[in-house]
Design a protein around this ligand. Structure first.
Ligand code: BGC
Length: 807
């Protein structure tokens, strides 16, 4: 069953009912200023950092699920309704929500009034625009009242949700004309404030929640709306809000548009007051003036659309399967941008209070993003390197506002350092810009001398070498990619953090997954060293990766698949000898991608084991069989009921590793079949089971052992986005950025006979046609000339290159 449809020509997903199985959200904003908006106009807004600079309040785990947001009430006689349906839940005569690229439009109709709310954050200002359009579609004159409402957050969202003994005393607001300013703590150490304005006169306002709602009402039935007038309340402490009340008279066919702005302003300490105690509002005035008419708003919207057109234009594909095209061309790349911007910090599942930017997560996000805006990826890599310690280890997360490592979580996740090599190499292959390696970035704990990015990579590489266990495989530390496989934790204390405590560090727990990473990225790192003229170091690196490969074959192979790890007691994890958790997906994907034991056919065997034990209708489960009881020696993974999260769901993030592994082995049909299983456009028809948004990937889909098999959770902020884009664009369609140009190396299913790809690469447009129907064997021509091998060398002088490949 579906709740909407894709409109590919507009690059929108059109939701046809507000009652989707779960809130279906969109992200607004591109660089610093972000908003989440659901199909009911729920969600919240923040500047840069969802924890430290939250502008509007959101109650997680609230009932109903998606309460609050930016609310618009229309009072028409005795009927009060909301264009987003919530919170009044007044039945609408028609409803539609269009989630587009960086914008959402909700269009509803009730009793002859059509209301459209268009929301977007323009490219270059810290403001959320809500353009509200009201049209009288009836044949009689309508006198209606429009109310806006939002609730301010006290910036630090964690403190906001906990420190009431202070917070209920500090709220301050100011109203000037049609603008409501939220100035809490501005009198002391905050040099920023927020405002909510509308480009029309207002009849009244409210800034105090209790006055607006009435002490015992919810947002569904505010007192002021019932009365038909705000009460001009000024908040002194308690909960500050912003509501405008506008009386509107509409002749039949008449239409009026209002521009509401939720803005954010930062001031220098020296200019924060225009007179003693008087908030300097100049910057707010300028923002308000920038969007005080429909024309100005339309212009800003046009720039946003142009921006997205440019971004997505870096990779466009045409096949005869529209679902593939819409994922590759629109939604997958769009999600890659969102994950790049926000890592795992804030969504409807990630509260934004706990996590900042994840180190490994952000490194991987670069994979899906680097082709769109390499200069931003460059800066991100440098930011990430700056939370690395001199021994090569890294902070596991950092806060975007401060750029500082998150001390609560600390480090010790032994895969983290290698991801820095992976993302830097992805950047180098995309851009050819080796100057990044010379950038100087101090280590977090050692400021002495100049430390270049290249030195950071060296430390990353040597970290694995200096942290090996009894079998010569990498020590896992607190955990590797699988945060929930906590082999040194041994926790018996309810509530104790699985990730940060280590009760039994025997120095023995080893990861076959990190071994796979080390071989894969270590070999590319060796190529890099060669290119830098460091052939001795390159040879040493190769010796180490060869040695690791041998160890992996010797101690990491279990007969038909790669084992996952050795636990702290030296026992195997993910082996046929285990009662449960016999096979894990991660090493099958990574070790096969790394080519470990390729000559012996290990990858092939590993893949057939994956199909035999792990594949279901929605993708590949993380382990089989899941753990049915809690295992102290394994940690969090066994804390989930079977079939959920790391304990046997389809953990979508690592499915693309298997797709890439299958592509490496030349198994086009298998790779594509796996790709389709959880690609959102392909799951759309099962939306009643899948429940999460059908236009973006979710982190997990409950596995076969779960009572809710097929239900997805944790949509949007997942490494699935970047890896799926790599899997489809590089694995299946085979457009692989390489040191000297583009490798054209597809691995297509029989069902795709022909495709055309436009790829912008280092300033050149590559137009690539692939004919998969000739069975001619690999034949490549570049600008009409036959080329041997799969590499199309980049030549900066040629701005357009025509590539034809028959297979
Ligand atoms: C984390 C990733 C981790 C994955 C698997 C995600 O929630 O953000 O860093 O690799 O879970 O445990």
């Amino acid at each position: 069953m579906q709740y909407g449809h894709f409109d590919d020509s507009k690059r929108e997903y059109v939701i046809e009912t507000p009652m989707t199985p779960l809130p279906w959200i969109n992200y607004l904003g591109n660089k610093d200023f972000f908003s989440l908006v659901s199909q009911t106009l729920g969600g919240f807004t923040f500047y840069k950092d969802a924890k430290l600079r939250r502008l509007t309040r959101h109650r997680y785990n609230d009932v109903p699920r998606d309460n609050g947001g930016r609310l618009y009430y229309i009072k028409d006689g005795n009927t009060v309704w909301n264009p987003g349906f919530l919170p009044s839940k007044t039945p609408l005569d028609s409803y539609r929500c269009r989630h587009g690229l960086g914008y959402s439009i909700i269009e509803s109709k009730k009793n002859g009034i059509m209301c459209s709310v268009k929301l977007f954050n323009p490219l270059d200002k810290a403001v959320e625009i809500n353009q509200v359009k009201l049209e009288n579609k009836s044949s009689t004159k309508k006198n209606i009242t429009l109310f806006s409402a939002l609730e301010w957050c006290f910036y630090n969202a964690e403190d906001d949700a906990t420190n009431f003994q202070r917070n209920w005393n500090i709220a301050e607001v100011e109203v000037e004309g049609s603008t409501i300013y939220h100035t809490t703590e501005y009198r002391e150490r905050r040099n920023h404030y927020a405002f909510f304005s509308v480009n029309s006169g207002i009849s009244s306002f409210d800034t105090d929640r209790d006055h607006f709602l009435g002490t015992y009402n919810g947002w569904d039935k505010p007192d002021s709306v019932e009365k038909g007038e705000d009460s001009c309340s000024i908040a002194h402490g308690w909960a500050p809000i912003a509501s405008h009340c506008i009386h509107i008279s509409l002749a039949p066919g008449e239409c009026r548009t209002f521009v509401f702005l939720l803005g954010y302003v930062e001031q220098k300490e020296s200019t924060k007051f225009s007179a003693p105690g008087k908030v300097n509002k100049d910057k707010a005035y300028r923002i308000i003036e920038s969007y005080d008419s429909e024309e100005k708003v339309q212009k800003a919207f046009g720039s946003l659309q142009k921006y997205w057109h440019g971004m997505l234009g870096h990779f466009q594909i045409t096949t005869d399967e529209p679902k593939v095209d819409r994922m590759v061309n629109i939604w997958n790349q769009y999600q890659c941008m969102v994950t790049f911007n926000l890592s795992r910090s804030t969504s409807y599942y990630e509260s934004g209070l706990g996590r900042g930017m994840g180190f490994r997560d952000s490194c991987q996000d670069i994979y899906g993003f680097v082709h769109m805006a390499p200069e931003r990826a460059r800066q991100r890599i440098l930011d990430l390197a700056s939370v690395q310690f001199a021994d090569g280890s890294t902070f596991h997360q950092y806060q975007p506002l401060t750029g500082k490592g998150n001390a609560d979580i600390g480090g010790g996740f032994n895969d983290d350092p290698l991801w820095l090599i992976a993302s830097t190499i992805a950047y180098l292959k995309e851009t050819g810009d080796f100057s990044i390696l010379d950038e100087s970035i101090p280590f977090v704990d050692n400021n002495i001398g100049t430390t270049t990015l290249l030195m950071h990579l060296e430390r990353s590489f040597s970290f694995t070498l200096s942290h090996k266990g009894p079998h010569g495989l990498p020590l896992i530390g607190r955990a590797d990619w699988n945060d929930c496989l906590n082999l040194n934790c041994f926790s018996t204390e309810p509530g104790e953090s699985f990730q940060t405590c280590s009760n039994y560090d025997s120095g023995k727990a080893e990861s076959v997954f990190i071994a796979g990473m080390f071989v894969l990225y270590g070999r590319t790192y060796a190529q890099l060293l060669d290119r830098l003229g460091k052939s001795k170091e390159a040879q040493e690196a190769r010796n180490e990766t060869d040695a690791m490969e041998k160890k992996c074959i010797r101690y990491g192979w279990d007969g038909n698949w790669f084992i996952r790890a050795y636990d702290a007691l030296g026992g195997k994890v993910g082996s046929k000898d285990c009662a449960e958790g016999k096979i894990f997906i991660e090493p099958q994907g990574f070790c096969t991608m790394a080519g470990i034991g390729e000559d012996e056919g290990l990858g092939k065997k590993a893949m057939s084991s994956v199909w035999q034990y792990l594949v279901n209708d929605f993708g590949i489960e993380l382990i089989a069989p899941p753990y049915s009881t809690y295992h102290e020696e394994l940690g969090e993974i066994s804390s989930y009921p079977p079939g959920y999260k790391e304990n046997g769901s389809v953990f979508c993030h690592n499915n693309p590793w298997v797709i890439l592994a299958e592509s490496k082995l030349g198994h086009g049909n298998e790779a594509y079949s796996l790709y389709c299983r959880n690609s959102p456009a392909f799951t759309e028809e099962k939306s009643d089971i899948h429940r999460s948004e059908p236009y973006c990937y979710s982190q997990t889909i409950a596995g076969r052992q779960a009572p809710t098999y097929g239900e997805a959770k944790n949509s949007w902020l997942t490494g699935t986005a970047a890896w799926s884009f790599v899997a489809v664009s590089q694995g299946i369609f085979g457009i692989k950025p390489d040191w000297d140009g583009l490798l054209i190396d597809p691995c297509l299913p029989d069902s795709i006979g022909f495709c055309r790809i436009i790829r912008q690469f280092r300033g050149t447009t590559y137009e690539i046609s692939i004919d998969n129907s000739t069975h001619s064997g690999y034949q490549l021509t570049v600008d009409g000339e036959r080329v041997h091998g799969k590499l199309v060398r980049h030549n900066a002088e040629r701005k357009r290159v025509d590539i034809k490949l028959s297979l």
